[in-house]
Design a protein around this ligand. Structure first.
Ligand SMILES: Nc1ccn([C@@H]2O[C@H](COP(=O)(O)OP(=O)(O)OP(=O)(O)O)[C@@H](O)[C@H]2O)c(=O)n1
Length: 406
């Protein structure tokens, strides 16, 4: 690995920006240098630069020159961002009195390499290049892990993303400090978990993190059996995707639903504590709630029951199918449900109203009341049971229901 690789990487980026405009004291640092040496292309691109001074004015000048966005991320620490449509350039003032001091405060050796763009010189005080070649994550020091304990989890996440190993002393140091993860802001932990959930090597490294005691605080119901299920979840995602069942965050939500408590209320609390969004929390809790019913469901359920079931699970259907398939519910049982869900014309899964509440009020001279909702539901069920099929039949059916209820 060499400077040539970095030059090649930088010249092949789809970025409308001339790097020669940078001050001679600017160094490309961190993940950008690591990725350049690995020829690892990420979108959107995020290049990090360190300068001894004038970071904000440098960023501003570049943003003005190209007419692109400019944001000060941290005024005190002088960190500013230039936002191009293709990605971002971050400029940070060097931490400490030299570049090496700055690099020494970072997490792993592979993330502590700097490259001077104008002199084309590589600064690698901790032999990060050798570790990149050996594909290992090695801590700079145990104290650095303590300074920001999120780094404990970052090790497993980056090992998963890069397909690296964690060097043995580093892994031991992480294990010894696992409880420090409890001090980290939940949003930061969540971001790392999400990366692991969506990375191909993620399950292997989640298992390692669990074994090393890193996950117990944030996912207190996690155990080896649940971890083992993750590979089946991965296969089930594949099966579902081949069937056309997709949903944003399917991987994250179905894996979370696997690792949390099997009790709906406890599961909801766990996901809420990690600061997932309201809809993500509800999705996981609902999946946990509905899975047991699906596991004992037979194909005897009535259309009416299916109607109410879809009403409740429509928004989490793909997640629930992933969990069901992963826990061994037979596809023979699930297929009729999946067919309904995938068919927009299917009235059981996607009911369409023959009449509206206003039709009932206007045409049958009714007063607005919760009874209207009940009538609309019964009309939809009568429609899926093929008892009625036109708006007039729906109105007649509503009259009939009103009649037998008086
Ligand atoms: N908790 C952290 C976060 C970041 N860094 C340092 O800051 C750099 C940039 O951080 P970030 O962009 O978060 O991570 P990357 O390593 O670039 O990797 P990724 O983009 O995949 O998160 C890292 O390479 C590392 O040198 C660190 O030491 N400790």
């Amino acid at each position: 690995m060499s400077v040539e690789q970095i030059k090649l990487y930088l010249s092949s980026l789809d970025f409308p920006w001339d790097m020669n405009q940078l001050p001679t004291s600017a160094y490309l640092v961190g993940g950008s240098v690591r990725d350049a040496l690995l020829q690892r292309y990420k979108t959107p691109l995020d290049l990090d630069f360190v300068l001894p001074e004038n970071t904000i004015s440098t960023a501003k000048d570049i943003a003005n020159f190209y007419g692109v966005g400019f944001v000060i991320l941290d005024k005190e620490r002088e960190i500013a961002r230039v936002v191009f449509p293709q990605g971002t350039l971050d400029f940070a003032r060097q931490e400490g009195d030299s570049l090496v001091t700055d690099l020494k405060r970072r997490d792993f050796t592979i993330n502590a390499i700097a490259y001077n763009v104008s002199s084309q010189q590589l600064i690698d005080p901790f032999d990060g290049v050798a570790d990149l070649e050996q594909r290992v994550l090695r801590m700079i020091s145990p104290t650095n892990l303590e300074d920001d304990p999120l780094r404990l989890l970052r090790a497993y996440r980056q090992a998963a993303q890069l397909d690296f190993n964690i060097e043995s002393n580093t892994r031991k140091a992480i294990c010894d400090r696992a409880n420090l993860l409890s001090t980290i802001a939940p949003e930061r932990v969540q971001a790392e978990l999400n990366y692991i959930f969506t990375t191909s090597q993620g399950n292997k490294w989640l298992a390692a993190a669990q074994e090393d005691g890193l996950l117990q605080f944030w996912l207190p119901n996690i155990d080896t059996d649940k971890i083992k299920q993750l590979d089946r979840v991965e296969n089930a995602i594949e099966v579902c995707s081949n069937l056309g069942l997709n949903q944003p965050e399917l991987s994250i939500l179905s894996k979370l639903a696997t690792l949390v408590s099997t009790d709906e209320v406890a599961a909801e609390a766990e996901v809420a504590r990690l600061k997932y969004s309201r809809s993500e929390i509800k999705a996981v809790a609902k999946t946990v709630k509905h899975l047991p019913c699906l596991q004992i469901m037979t194909n005897q359920i009535s259309l009416r029951e299916q109607y109410f079931w879809f009403l409740d699970v429509k928004d989490i259907f793909p997640i629930l199918m992933v969990r069901a398939i992963a826990t061994g519910v037979s596809l023979d049982l699930l297929n009729p449900l999946i067919e309904r869900y995938l068919n927009p014309e299917d009235l059981v899964a996607h009911p369409q109203s023959l009449v509206t509440g206003n039709d009932l009020i206007g045409k049958l001279n009714l007063k607005p009341s919760p009874m209207i909702g009940t009538l609309l539901t019964e009309i939809q069920i009568a429609q899926i049971e093929s008892k009625i099929s036109t708006p007039q039949e729906a109105l007649d059916f509503a009259l009939f229901l009103l009649h037998i209820n008086t």
